[in-house]
Write a protein that binds this ligand. Structure first.
Ligand code: PMP
Length: 346
């Protein structure tokens, strides 16, 4: 596969913006190159300088942890930024299309629409498995991106590595595997496959297991050539100094993440067991994520009842294959207890 053939012509010939901080790589003491405010700011911590446009310190840390090269990592303003960049790199507006496997994460479709890219759908089967025949039928020569979310939001299940890799092997476009919830999953990440499949992009995020949704930091892993395309198209300073500093500090404290993930999984199992006992619960779908999809009789009214109890869950009733389903994030033991007590009033 020749990756460049898939890239939009305007992106192939694009001369990217070259920021002052990107051009300068040596040592200096006086910075008069970026029109910053040399006098400082109203804050005691100074954020008057632009951050590292390529977030090299973080990438080196993450590369070391995952046995990768820094040049195989893109860091974005949430993984939502990586999703948007994929459309801008590969999809010609009003010509190309993307294939999604609903029910799935909503931003693939929204990002496609924003970029004027047609969305084709190969719905999951009733058991929330990938429908390979439907995928094959939907693909045409203009299908540039195929999104597979594993574990999938909102269904919670993971797909098997081999299934996803088979898609990557057979599909002529880019396969984007969204591993936002991978830390909660029994399946192994596809990170170690990025150099075996030139068309494979793996997305991860600091928003879930890492507990840093407020920072807005997401990751894309792929071969160097693919990552160079992300860097070419991204806004120059897409990750703030505060976010970069916080991520570096968090990376020094990985044991906390492991502990939290274990605690969330243990709470999830308890929650699933208790939810199954309610007479109005028809099905608690198996989950590999930090949330659970629950089919109930009268989901809409239960959703409203919970709102009255000041508890907000996600109503997925109008999403394909999720009729009568609520998606419930696993909370702290205290939060889960309050949720279950509220449901007992029904
Ligand atoms: N992918 C999936 C599957 C998600 O559920 C979410 C957030 N809900 C994201 C990506 C977005 O993550 P981020 O906060 O990194 O933009």
């Amino acid at each position: 596969m020749n990756l460049q053939n898939l890239v939009r012509k305007n992106i192939r010939r694009l001369v990217p913006y070259s920021s002052a901080r990107k051009e300068f790589a040596g040592t200096a003491e006086i910075f008069l190159d970026a029109n910053e405010n040399s006098f400082g700011s109203p804050l005691s911590i100074n954020y008057n300088r632009y951050p590292d446009p390529l977030q090299m310190e973080i990438k080196e840390r993450i590369a070391k942890i995952n046995n990768l090269k820094s040049s195989e990592i893109f860091i974005g303003n949430g993984s939502d930024e990586a999703i948007d960049l994929l459309f801008r790199i590969f999809c010609r507006p009003a010509k190309d299309n993307t294939l999604i496997c609903p029910p799935t994460y909503g931003m693939y479709e929204v990002s496609a629409e924003i970029n004027d890219v047609q969305v084709k759908r190969a719905n999951l089967t009733k058991n929330f498995r990938l429908d390979f025949q439907a995928i094959e039928n939907a693909v045409n020569e203009n299908t540039k991106l195929l999104f597979v979310c594993s574990p999938n939001n909102p269904t919670g299940n993971s797909f098997q590595r081999e299934e996803i890799l088979n898609l990557a092997k057979n599909f002529g476009g880019i396969v984007v595997v969204d591993e936002a919830y991978i830390h909660f999953s029994s399946e192994k990440s596809l990170l170690d496959e990025i150099n075996n499949f030139p068309n494979l992009v793996v997305l991860q995020t600091f928003s879930k297991a890492w507990g840093l949704a407020g920072l807005r930091v997401g990751l894309a892993f792929a071969n160097e050539e693919m990552i160079a395309l992300f860097n070419k198209v991204k806004p120059p300073y897409n990750v703030s100094q505060i976010a970069q500093e916080a991520i570096l500090a968090a990376l020094e404290n990985r044991e906390t993440v492991e502990k939290t993930v274990a605690a969330i999984i243990s709470e999830r199992e308890k929650l699933v067991k208790k939810l199954k006992l309610f007479s109005f619960v028809q099905m608690v779908y198996p989950t590999d994520a930090n949330f659970v999809l629950v089919k109930m009789s009268a989901a809409n009214s239960i959703y409203k009842f919970l709102l009255d109890e000041k508890i907000v869950v996600r109503n997925r009733n109008s999403v394909e294959l999720c009729k009568d389903c609520l998606r419930i994030t696993v909370g702290t033991p205290e939060e889960n207890k309050i949720l279950l007590e509220a449901l007992e009033k029904l």
